[in-house]
Design a protein around this ligand. Structure first.
Ligand SMILES: Cc1cc2nc3c(=O)[nH]c(=O)nc-3n(C[C@H](O)[C@H](O)[C@H](O)COP(=O)(O)O)c2cc1C
Length: 161
């Protein structure tokens, strides 16, 4: 027995999430990808997790770099989320034209994000058509005091005050 895939998507989309952009890559070839599968996993040791589609261009870069940043977006950054989710062309998710600084591990921290984690890949697991990455958190920070961007049932949302 297995669930109908459309129903699976509708149920999974009923879980409201925040939105992140995972950044990785190497100098001159940084890359970003919109991800809502982020979760805080463990405090001691400090672990977070993110699930990456096996088809994503981000995947080999992440595995090659061995590290990633999780940039948590504000409601002002919906366009950035769209930019790193929709593929206009192959290699469309480079950081050219995007404002960022480099964090302590040398990976991009997006300007104006709510907060970020800097991680090194501690473990990776098979997750069906995704791979589950457990990141050991090496550093991070709170950046701007703003409302988060939310995603629910396929639509970007803003939290009611
Ligand atoms: C709100 C939102 C959340 C997403 N979350 C994930 C995710 O957690 N993992 C994933 O692999 N793809 C996720 N995606 C899809 C990727 O952002 C999309 O496939 C992207 O084009 C992959 O880029 P890449 O091929 O440059 O890695 C999400 C898309 C949206 C709009």
């Amino acid at each position: 027995m297995s669930i109908d895939k459309t129903l699976f998507r509708l149920i999974a989309g009923s879980f409201a999430t925040g939105v992140t952009v995972v950044t990785t890559g190497r100098a001159g070839a940084y890359h970003g990808m919109t991800a809502s599968s982020f979760a805080s996993l463990s405090l001691d040791p400090s672990y977070v997790l993110v699930c990456i589609d096996r088809q994503a261009e981000t995947l080999p870069m992440l595995q090659d770099t061995g590290a990633f940043n999780v940039n948590i977006l504000t409601e002002e950054q919906e366009e950035l989320s769209r930019q790193f989710a929709i593929k206009q062309s192959p290699q469309a998710h480079g950081l050219e034209g995007v404002d960022y600084s480099l964090g302590k591990t040398g990976l991009p921290v997006l300007k104006g994000c709510l907060a970020y984690f800097e991680c090194r890949i501690a473990q990776q697991f098979d997750g069906g058509d995704h791979i589950i990455f457990v990141g050991e958190v090496l550093d991070g920070g709170l950046v701007v005091d703003a409302a988060p961007l939310a995603y629910y049932r396929g639509v970007y949302r803003r939290l009611a005050q």
